[in-house]
Design a protein around this ligand. Structure first.
Ligand code: NAP
Length: 304
């Protein structure tokens, strides 16, 4: 039997944070209904594939996912030293667990960023986050205040690196001038190609910063949608996969990783075969014809 591919590692910026090229997204962990032993086994299986980086947010699973993950780390104490933990802050949800919240809103104040990171550490049962991201750009965000909160958390050893998510190029560069950012985590897939054309990826490439990619499979819609343009896109990707002898999902991950900004895609599945399919994509490259065939099918028109 052939051994599954091993995921390579990558620095998110020059001299910066070293992460696995494929990152395990934990948003849906609560839906996987895994008892703690299965959560430990899943983390171990990811590590065995070289997928050592795990993506969280304070709000995932109605403020519950970090606690579920922390329970697994407490059950197997050696695990923490073998992984990197990413988390996010800045969104306040309406939740029975946060009775003080009267409206869903963003909060990027110094106090909230620090308090949220400290709560993430408590939930995860760890003394540091490897990377903390601002989840969404906040219209009331003061760049100086965010930079101050990030710097304080770094000085206190609670957070090793900082970054953002869903920021425009201008927002990224404004904050990055005040504190060095490790990444911008953005949505990208054949169902959401905007970052190719709105300067998000160009700006990051210019700075030597690798983006993280959320919903690389369109949140599953690439497999399930009956919309006619997605059905056609699916057939295009499947034809390429069949010709290359790769899985459908691997071709999508390879399409994403072909970008010169060196993206780090996040998986969204609790099935280890899906993580393997993502890792397999680090072992081959699409040629330009296949890459552009997927772009054409994604957009429904030729390039000029
Ligand atoms: P995704 O990979 O686009 O979608 C995952 C979904 O696709 C799951 O429901 C999964 O179902 C399904 N899927 C995967 N492989 C499949 C296959 N071979 N056949 C059929 N269905 C398949 O990723 P995502 O979960 O939307 O996002 C990934 C991660 O990004 C999240 O966990 C989170 O960490 C992060 N995220 C960040 C933001 C942000 O604003 N920063 C927003 C959203 C998500 P199964 O579970 O059955 O495999």
């Amino acid at each position: 039997m052939t051994q599954p591919a091993l995921c390579p590692r990558i620095a998110t910026r020059q001299g910066g944070l070293d992460l696995s090229r494929i990152i395990a997204g934990m948003w849906r962990l609560g839906e996987w209904n895994m008892p703690v032993a299965s959560r430990v086994a899943f983390i171990e299986e990811c590590i065995a594939l070289g997928v050592t980086t795990f993506d969280h947010a304070d709000i995932y699973g109605d403020y519950g996912v970090e606690g579920l993950f922390g329970e697994a780390l407490r059950a197997q104490p050696g695990l923490r030293e073998r992984i990197e933990i990413v988390s996010k802050c800045g969104i306040k949800l309406l939740s029975g667990k946060r009775p003080a919240h009267t409206i869903q809103h963003y909060d990027t104040s110094f106090e909230h960023i620090v308090a949220s990171a400290e709560e993430s550490l408590r939930q995860l049962g760890t003394d540091r986050l490897d990377l903390l991201l601002i989840h969404r750009p906040d219209p009331l965000m003061h760049f100086d205040e965010v930079a101050e909160a990030f710097s304080r958390l770094q000085q206190d050893g609670k957070v090793r690196h900082v970054g953002v998510s869903n920021f425009t190029r201008h927002q990224f560069e404004s904050l990055n001038r005040r504190v060095p950012l490790a990444t911008n985590q953005v949505e990208f897939s054949p169902l959401h190609v905007a970052p190719l054309f709105d300067e998000t990826f160009d700006g990051l490439q210019d700075l030597g910063v690798a983006p993280m990619i959320w919903s690389p499979l369109g949140g599953g819609r690439l497999f399930t949608s009956a919309e006619p343009h997605i059905v056609k896109l699916r057939a295009t990707i499947q034809d390429i996969a069949d010709r290359l002898g790769q899985s459908f999902a691997s071709v999508v991950f390879a399409w994403i990783m072909a970008l010169p900004s060196r993206p780090l895609p996040l998986t969204g599945s609790g099935r280890i075969e899906s993580i393997q399919a993502a890792v397999a994509a680090t072992g081959f490259a699409l040629d330009r014809s296949d890459w552009f065939a997927i772009l054409r099918a994604a957009r429904g028109h030729e390039v000029a």
